[in-house]
Design a protein around this ligand. Sequence first.
Ligand SMILES: *Cc1c(COP(=O)(O)O)cnc(C)c1O
Length: 375
Amino acid sequence: MKTYPFLDLGLANKPIEDELKKAACRVIESGRYLHGEETHLLEQEVASKCEAKYCVAVSNGLDALKLIFRAYKEMGLLHEGDKVIVPANTFIASVLAVSDNGLEPVLCEPSELTMNLNPEKINGLLDDKVKAILPVHLYGTACWSETLKQLAQERNLLIIEDNAQAIGAKASTRGLNGTFATGGLGHASGISFYPTKNLGGLGDAGAVITNDEQLAKIVKAVANYGSDRRYHNIYKGYNCRIDEMQAAMLRVKLSVLDNETERRNIIAKTYNQHICNPLVIVPHIFHDMVQVWHQYVVRVEKRDQFREYLADKGVQTDIHYATPPHLQPCYYELRDSKLPVTEKLANEVVSLPIAHPITVEDAVEISKIINNFNA
Ligand SMILES: *Cc1c(COP(=O)(O)O)cnc(C)c1O
């Protein structure tokens, strides 16, 4: 029986194995393993991809988001106890970045159509303590709207994007800086280069992107022991640096990102055209945006039966995410939040295979298998 792996990173990296090895040799021979040319070039390339001016490459995606909040505190724009609106249906790192900085996460329900922050639900959460919003471009679909833009402009809220899942995606309306690419829409954004992400390294890495020179400088300093120059520390900083080896791997991956995104788009379209089963809700394709399909997520009420049925047929699936942050033991204080849409999605979402080496033919076959599911 043919099997369809959910994700096999070794196979996914196979087509560029030679380039990766060459880049690794280049770094080994350079004798420079931190603060070098690869990091510098990666920063330029990622900034340009996000249509923004500055990029500071760091240790991982969670650190990127944490550094942004910390830098805004250093700038006096955020203070301990301020509230930040965060989607309730996100990977827990989005919420961790907020609470880690002594800020209070305010969880907001998603829209069932976009599975992203529902802009209509934001107004009811606003009060004088809300100082920022953290939209997450979940599964690779931009979370951006005129409403968000107006909130930023009229109520002076900071918009910090969690772009961990959406590099290369585009919104349908312009961001605060007049551009469309996610990561450059708000005041600052964090990205993750975790190996399973669309632009994934061979280890941990991430980046902060912004058009604000002062913010970029503070992030860079805080991420390097808080020093603005050698042995001169202006902040009580951390070590959140990226290394040259990872930067070099990521530059190779970035050179094929557009192809990979195109491939994911074709497979998503194939699934949407071929899946026809009243028990399965497919994700919406927004023709006025560029979606990058970090995950292709369907919704099924009888999820356990569906996943078991697919596993029997050789189709591996995953769940992103089965337990929302407010139901995790570490966020006991958020446990009583009323988030019915979030909980419904958490109970129904299933991610289908979409990464390389899944082909269009595979997607057609998987769709046929799905169409024969009747619980
Ligand atoms: C992966 C991810 C993060 C965290 O990134 P790491 O590099 O794993 O620290 C944050 N937010 C979202 C939405 C993610 O998917």
